[in-house]
Design a protein. Sequence first.
Length: 255
Amino acid sequence: MQLKAKTTLNSYSLVAHLRWHLSSICEMAVAEKIIRANPATMLYIPKDAKKGEGRVMTAADAERALGVGEQRERLMLHLAILSGLRPGEFLALQRRHVASDGSSVIVEQRVYRGDIDVPKNGKTRVVAVPPRTAALLKGWLDAAVASDPDAWIFASETGKTPMWRDNLLRRYIRPALEKVGLGWVDFKVMRRSNATLGHGKVDPKVAADQRGHDIDVSMNVYTKTDIKQRAAVARKLENVVLGPKVVRMPKRKAS
């Protein structure tokens, strides 16, 4: 059975996740002897399903985004865009995970739909927090986070659990971004932008370690290039092969 995906990246990802969840549910049904076989194994996404390019923010976009919202939302945007943290990672932070000066955080867990789990790749890592973001983080700790080492940095209204990602995006982040024309930005865009804006400016291995994934994932999935960058690479290669030469384009004849 073929699962059809629309031509956007988000819809492709949604269909892929649905397929995975359906298969997991059916596997459980098989284990419980409710059904004999897993029918979801027959589902597949056609190879010609288009994923789309995946948008990224420019430096100007990112600068606008980092200035919107209240103190809490600004801090979250800084952690996502500048430190490369996944939303499930910064929402799972507790006071004990944060350096006293806010200059680093330890990612040893994540939260997904209210459940606390191990990090996505199963590995604990230390993430550097740049100075201006660290100042925001230290200010938030002093103003809004209980002194208990297990206190959530971004607690829900009850204070006993962390916030939910979807509620955060829908109620607070997106409305603030819409005011500056960035309503299309979500956490995936922020993560791609973190990789893309640093491409060619920072060591790719260090950047991949900061985001918590392998370098091939960093280059092949998150980093996006534009036509100007590709033209520059093509021009450099041409000069290597043919030697540097000034090419004068022919003038158009006056009509």
